[in-house]
Design a protein around this ligand. Structure first.
Ligand SMILES: Nc1ncnc2c1ncn2[C@@H]1O[C@H](COP(=O)(O)OP(=O)(O)OP(=O)(O)O)[C@@H](O)[C@H]1O
Length: 255
């Protein structure tokens, strides 16, 4: 059994999920289902619970109430290590192992999974370096010898190299210039189209959220206030906050 026992189950479902830290409701009764292969962007002001929501998918944070289901199976019943094997996690800033080369960083999880099959691991590393637009000649460099954009690409390649079927991305493009960011956005779109991977992508940037997402999830003080395709977010913002978020865009799209 691979955890997909409920045929056609959503890749990720939040069933009335809440999480508190002290007095703060980090996530407040979130109830939604994300179909397999969907690209969901998550946006909201600072501290509204985006990261906490993401971390509940790979069981880095457990809900106080409700259940998070991954392929129909509650994270509370899953072995966290097995769960994380199928879930790539790319976060902002550099989280590369500083003492390992680019190749070793990307190979880290495939090495564990391929248990010593070096050819298979090397093939996986090269494949992901090519897909993500990393030149082969940086394979032997250490993270400190990379540009910010290269380090973020390596982080994403590492998250994808284990061939996960879900990618959690927490502002993965936040620390790069606009041009690098645009090219990384194109690449993540292409990877999504090519692999059919389910993506949950946190961003602070409404343009990025509307451009990348099949669905945009807007969060406000821990609550999921709107979960809809970009056109609907623009056409019918559900709250005053969503309205403010998109007001500038509507005039542009209405032209
Ligand atoms: N480990 C923790 N301990 C205590 N409080 C926490 C913890 N993690 C998150 N919080 C609090 O929970 C709330 C939601 O935090 P979270 O990081 O999920 O928000 P966010 O929307 O991702 O914010 P940002 O956009 O600033 O990254 C915040 O009030 C935060 O201070």
């Amino acid at each position: 059994m691979d955890g997909r026992e409920k045929g056609g189950a959503a890749a990720v479902a939040f069933e009335h999920v809440s999480k508190r830290f002290g007095d703060a409701n980090a996530v407040d009764d979130v109830n939604l289902a994300i179909a397999e292969g969907m690209f969901v962007t998550i946006i909201g002001s600072s501290g509204c619970g985006k990261t906490t929501l993401l971390k509940m998918v790979n069981a880095l944070v457990m809900p106080d109430e409700g259940e998070v289901l991954v392929h129909g199976r509650a994270t509370s019943n899953a072995d966290p290590i097995g769960l994380r094997r199928n879930i790539g996690y790319a976060i902002q800033g550099s989280v590369l192992f500083p003492h390992l080369t680019v190749e070793q960083n990307i190979a880290y999880v495939p090495t564990l999974l391929n248990s010593g099959d070096e050819d298979r691991t090397e093939a996986a590393v090269k494949k992901w370096m090519d897909i993500i637009g990393l030149p082969r000649d940086i394979m032997d460099r250490y993270p400190a010898e990379l540009s910010g954009g290269q380090a973020q690409r390596v982080g994403i390649a590492r998250a994808l190299a284990a061939s996960p079927d879900i990618l959690l991305a927490d502002e993965p493009f936040s620390a790069v210039d606009a041009i690098t960011r645009a090219s990384l956005q194109d690449e993540i779109k292409r990877i999504h189209e090519q692999t059919g991977i389910t993506v949950l992508f946190v961003t602070h940037d409404i343009d990025e959220a509307l451009d990348l997402g099949d669905r945009v999830l807007v969060m406000e003080a821990g609550r999921a206030v709107q979960f809809a395709p970009p056109e609907e977010i623009l056409r019918a913002p559900a709250t005053e906050f969503v309205n403010r978020l998109v007001s500038r865009k509507q005039s542009v799209y209405a032209r």
